[in-house]
Design a protein around this ligand. Structure first.
Ligand code: LLP
Length: 380
């Protein structure tokens, strides 16, 4: 099974194609499996911020996890309830904080003492009390690509435990922030659930640390990070959400009345999107031929940036298979979607689908080489 060429719109390539039925199926499962335990899911808007996608996700009653003022504004526009919006990021600007305060968001996930102080000052100006969760760097290895590992002591994210006494001292002096949660996120594209077990163990230890100081927060937020199967998108169209939520239900020791929150991005939208591109030229190469397509790293940067491998399919041809390096038109050697990829014999004009591009695809588009912005189309 692959993308059926007959369902695609006859429009200019390249373009993003979203399978809304798959998105709905995925959301059904996320809803069912998280509701089983009363867990709260905030969709990580950074993975895909298209308004149609956001509206669909919001219609399931999920909250939003934002990392910029514009993401907060887009989420509100899509209909997400402000009191289900969390806002994280190491570098929130004053304007972004003020706008979030004006929107009465659920919680700021705070990453440093100076940030706490600025939120306090701006909240005072607005005559509000800002709810904050401390983003703690749990020092748990996510065993994923180094650019998407966030929970190690050397990463820029979160507050390290050796600084926590100072944070509590600072908090005690700030009247316009209220500590309501602890936030963690160890990384992205995590396919081995063991890393999440490690996170649970660590959160349990840290809760003891806070408990010893008479602190019990209202909620724990364990971030996102659940990975998807880039190799077999059709066989595994969604990750095992049942196992994932069950693990937290079994391993994480919540205090009475404490709620558990998640920030899932890729696992929700990753598999529903494909980048559809057309073959411009087939050119002889030294080892394999090149299939030069009309999309490049400007439309999907993941292969160039993280050596990510997305499944590549020629959806026009049924000829015998040959090997190709599938490359884009951008003036960079890293503008390559895959090397020595087996494709049915490929010719100019064939359509190529680059799969599993629903997360961190369209949102990371750039205009380098003055490229035009790709459009998005959605299945019914
Ligand atoms: N929460 C926080 C605090 C995060 O930093 C992230 C992702 C998420 C939640 C959502 O993680 P997810 O469930 O999507 O794994 N551009 C990279 C991924 C960057 C992830 C950044 N943070 C990629 O294409 O692989």
């Amino acid at each position: 099974m692959s993308i059926d060429i007959n369902v695609l719109p006859a429009v200019k390539t390249p373009f993003y194609w979203y399978d809304m039925q798959l998105l709905e199926n995925t959301l059904d499962v996320v809803k069912r499996e998280s509701d089983r335990y009363g867990f709260n899911v905030h969709y990580a808007v950074k993975a895909n911020a298209n308004i149609d996608i956001l509206k669909k996700i919001h219609s399931y009653g999920f909250g939003a996890d934002c990392v910029s003022g514009n993401e907060v504004a887009r989420s509100v526009e899509a209909g997400f309830a402000s009191d289900k919006i969390v806002y994280a990021g190491v570098g929130k600007s004053d304007d972004e904080i003020t706008n979030a305060l004006r929107n009465d968001i659920f919680c700021f996930n705070v990453e440093s003492i100076p940030e706490l102080e600025v939120i306090n000052e701006l909240a005072q100006k607005e005559g509000k009390i800002a709810n904050v969760a401390l983003r703690i760097n749990p020092n748990v290895d996510a065993s994923t690509h180094k650019y998407i590992t966030t929970g190690l002591a050397e990463n820029k994210f979160g507050i390290n435990m050796w600084d926590m006494e100072n944070v509590l001292e600072a908090l005690a002096k700030l009247d316009f922030v209220k500590l309501i949660g602890l936030h963690f996120h160890i990384g992205s594209q995590i396919t081995d659930l063991k890393s999440f077990k490690g996170l649970c163990v660590r959160v349990n230890e840290l809760q003891q640390w806070f408990y010893a100081r008479q602190i019990i927060v209202d909620h724990i937020n364990v971030g996102g990070g659940l990975g998807i199967d880039y190799t077999n998108p059709d066989k595994e169209p969604m990750p095992n959400f049942a196992e994932y939520f069950k693990l937290f239900a079994e391993m994480l020791e919540l205090r009475p009345k404490q709620s558990l929150h998640f920030e899932l991005g890729r696992s929700i939208v990753g598999q529903c999107g494909s980048l559809i591109t057309k073959v411009l030229y087939v050119k002889n190469g030294k080892n394999t031929d090149f299939a030069i397509v009309d999309a490049g790293m400007t439309e999907l940067i993941r292969p160039a940036l993280y050596q990510a491998q997305h499944k590549i399919e020629n959806i026009s041809s049924e000829l015998p298979v040959k090997k190709y390096d599938v490359v884009g038109p951008i003036c960079e050697s890293s503008d390559c979607f895959g090397k020595a990829i087996q494709l049915p014999e490929t010719k100019r004009g064939d359509l190529i689908a680059i799969r599993s591009a629903g997360a961190y695809g369209e949102v990371m588009v750039s205009e380098y080489n003055l490229r035009s912005r790709v459009k998005a189309y959605y299945s019914k």
